[in-house]
Design a protein around this ligand. Structure first.
Ligand SMILES: [Zn+2]
Length: 108
């Protein structure tokens, strides 16, 4: 997604409207550092304002992000979190690429 950020910034400075494009050939399939940063920031915001649906304890602030890929170029990020209750319930959410953006899944 870094290439898209670059395109957007260039279009802002050049004053031309942004036109979504397919990723260039040099873009490898997989989450970029920007994807990981946005994912971590988003879920840090969510866990800071959520509670466990099993014991109502707040979430711990520690997140675990795991990148995964399959052979067809599809990738996803698994976000893991635990509540701070005595059972430390475990939750995971999937983040996938959707169109030219990211789709943030719900806690499961
Ligand atoms: Zn819990």
């Amino acid at each position: 997604m870094d290439w898209m950020l670059l395109n957007t910034i260039c279009s802002i400075y050049l004053g031309v409207p942004y036109v979504p494009q397919a990723p260039p050939a040099w873009v490898e399939a997989g989450p970029t550092e920007t994807d990981l940063w946005i994912t971590r920031l988003t879920y840090e915001f969510v866990v800071d304002r959520s509670a466990c649906d099993k014991c109502q304890a707040p979430f711990g602030r520690r997140l675990r992000l795991t990148e995964s890929r399959n052979g067809s170029g599809t990738w996803w990020i698994t976000v893991g979190a635990r509540c701070r209750g005595w059972r430390r319930h475990r939750f995971t959410a999937l983040v996938t690429e959707w169109g030219d953006g990211l789709r943030f899944g719900e806690w499961v």
